[in-house]
Design a protein. Sequence first.
Length: 286
Amino acid sequence: MPITPDQVPPQHQRRTPALESDMVPRPQYDNPNYRGSGKLKDKVALITGGDSGIGRAVAVYYAKEGADVAIVYFDEHDDAQATQRAIADYGRRCLLIPGDIRSEVFCRQAVQKTIDEFGQLDILVNNAAVQYQEPSLEDIDAARLGDIFATNIFSMFYFAKAATPHMRPGSAMINTTSVVAYKGNPSLLSYSTTKGAILAFTRSLAPPMLEKGIRVNGVAPGPIWTPFIPDAFEGDDVSTFGSQVPMGRAGQPMEVAPSFVFLASEDSSYMAGQVLHPNGGVVVGA
């Protein structure tokens, strides 16, 4: 069942990245009513930020559809191991790759470890990101900009560049952007800017990748209950998070994951350079 705002107490985690295991209530990453049908049978996916939040849900849904998964994460080891156990419960393998995606060398190594473990790479999900509350432009310095762009968008260039030589025709690349790429958010200025860059990256990369038989698309979630929220927000901003959208609540990771399944599977074989919008009913421009 969806979690309504009255079920979310004020909370804040001082640790960055925040931990899914410390959230109250825990995000819902697996819908027992969703039954896989082999859409991704024996495929291999690499998912950045796969330890928690949307990334965990995508990893689990991919496993339900028959894929093995490599998940890249920073240092949230307990969360990552919980994801690995959830994938094993569906009979699939999960490789854990901790490290810093701001490093191009690490990104290349993560792709190579995936190839060494599974022998192939069919799906790349560029999902990992960081987010900061910024009350004013004066709160954003060069170090902050360098960090958020390196994490949220530079890493996508690194992974795409490293993964492409290993991806066969019929493979898929999926980038996580956000509703704020279309609407903006004054208190998340640097984050919103990187998400706009991801939108342009997705649209610009799609045509040349089609020449290789690789489809590039994106997903732009609205407010989703993930570790992002108690990390970046505090108090009532957490307990009322998501109440502004037409559905009146934050979404759950399990409500976003099917968009990633669709874009990774042959069901979306005629789509490239497009973005799906699981955002609680917010209407945005193209």
